[in-house]
Design a protein around this ligand. Structure first.
Ligand SMILES: NC(=O)c1ccc[n+]([C@@H]2O[C@H](COP(=O)([O-])OP(=O)(O)OC[C@H]3O[C@@H](n4cnc5c(N)ncnc54)[C@H](O)[C@@H]3O)[C@@H](O)[C@H]2O)c1
Length: 285
C-alpha cells in the first residue's frame, strides 16, 4: 500500500516533527490531539519551524506554503477513518496505547495500517489489541524527527510482509535511513543507549563528577553532540523512565534498572526541557 494520507495521534514532543517530515515528502497529514487548541498549536509549531527554514534560505517560501497546506488538525479520532496509515505517538504507557489501538481499529478503514512510535514497548501487544494484527507495525522516529536521519521499523511476529514493506517504503519516502528490527524492548538504539544514560545518572548520584563535567567529558571524549544528562532532558525524564522500566521488565539486566534519582525527579515533575526543569534549568533561559 502507498501511504498518501497519514494520521498522527498525540501532541507531545514527537508529533509535530513527524508531521513536518511526512508533509515534506508529499503526504497529507492530519494531526489529532485530545484538545483542538493543542492540535492547532502543533500546526502552529510546524509552521514556525518551516518559516525558520525559509528565513535561513533552506526552503522556498512557496514550498513552505504547500507543506503547510497538507497539514490539518483535529480533536476527533474519527477524522482519521480514511488514513492509509495512522501513527500513534502518545505517552509511553502500554495500557494507554492498547486502548487507543482498539479504538483506532474500530475507526480506521480496514486496509489501513496502524503503527506505533513507541521507544520500547512490545508492538505485538498493540497488534493483538486489534482485529488486524497483520496490519500493525512499529515506525520509530527519533527526536527531533526533522533532523534525525534514522527510522527503526519494528516487525512484530503478527505483521504481514506487506505491512512491513509499506512501513519501510513510507519511512524511506520521508528521506530516512531505515533499519528493520525484531520486536524486542528498546529495539536497536534504545537498548544500546539507555544503559549508558542510566549509568550517567548513577555517576552523578555517586558524586563521581558534576553534571557539567559528565556532559563535557562525553562530548569532548567521545565526540558526542550532547552529554548524557542533556540528552535525558531532551528525551523527557518521564519517557526515559518508562523506557528503562520496559527494558528492565524484558531483560532483567541491572544496567536497565532506573536510578532512584531519575525516578524521584519524575515524581517531582522535573521532566526535562518540556517541563522547564530537569538536570538543567530551562525556565530561566
Ligand atoms: N521523546 C523522545 O525523544 C522520543 C523519541 C522517539 C519516540 N518517542 C516515543 O513517542 C511517544 C510520545 O513521546 P513524546 O516524547 O512525544 O511524549 P510527550 O510526553 O511529549 O507527549 C505525550 C503525549 O501523549 C498524550 N497523552 C497522555 N496521556 C494520554 C492518553 N491517555 N490518551 C491519549 N493521549 C495521551 C499527551 O497529551 C501528549 O500529547 C512515546 O511512545 C515515546 O516513547 C519519544
Amino acid at each position: 500500500m502507498t501511504i498518501s494520507r497519514l494520521g498522527i495521534v498525540g501532541s507531545g514532543i514527537m508529533g509535530s516533527g513527524i508531521a513536518e517530515v511526512a508533509a515534506k515528502s508529499g503526504v497529507e497529514v492530519i494531526l489529532r490531539s485530545r484538545k483542538q487548541e493543542t492540535a492547532d498549536a502543533m500546526v502552529a509549531a510546524l509552521e514556525k519551524s518551516l518559516a525558520k527554514q525559509v528565513e535561513r534560505g533552506k526552503l522556498e517560501e512557496q514550498a513552505a506554503k504547500e507543506i503547510s497546506a497538507r497539514v490539518s488538525a483535529t480533536d476527533d479520532l474519527h477524522a482519521l477513518h480514511d488514513c492509509d496509515l495512522v501513527l500513534e505517538s502518545v505517552v509511553e504507557d502500554l495500557a494507554v496505547k492498547k486502548e487507543l489501538f482498539t479504538r483506532l481499529d474500530d475507526i480506521v478503514k480496514p486496509e489501513g495500517i496502524i503503527a506505533t512510535n513507541t521507544s520500547t514497548l512490545p508492538v505485538v501487544e498493540l497488534a493483538v489489541a486489534t482485529e488486524r494484527p497483520d496490519k500493525v507495525v512499529g515506525i520509530h522516529f527519533f527526536n527531533p524527527a526533522p533532523m534525525m536521519s534514522l527510522v527503526e521499523v519494528i516487525a512484530p511476529l503478527t505483521a504481514s510482509a506487506d505491512t512491513v514493506a509499506a512501513a519501510k517504503a513510507f519511512a524511506t519516502a520521508c528521506g530516512k535511513d531505515v533499519v528493520e528490527v525484531k520486536d524486542r524492548a528498546g529495539f536497536i538504539v534504545n537498548a544500546l543507549l539507555f544503559p549508558y544514560l542510566n549509568n550517567a545518572v548513577r555517576m552523578l548520584e555517586a558524586g563521581t563528577a558534576s553534571r557539567d563535567d559528565i556532559d563535557t567529558a562525553m562530548k569532548g571524549g567521545c565526540n558526542f553532540p550532547m552529554g548524557p544528562l542533556a540528552l535525558l532532558d531532551l528525551v523527557g525524564l518521564d519517557t526515559s523512565l518508562s523506557i528503562l522500566d520496559a527494558l528492565y521488565n524484558e531483560f532483567r539486566d541491572p544496567n536497565y534498572a532506573a536510578m532512584p534519582l531519575l525516578r524521584r525527579m519524575v515524581a517531582a515533575g522535573q521532566l526535562g526541557r518540556k517541563s522547564g526543569a530537569g538536570f538543567y534549568d530551562y525556565a530561566k533561559k
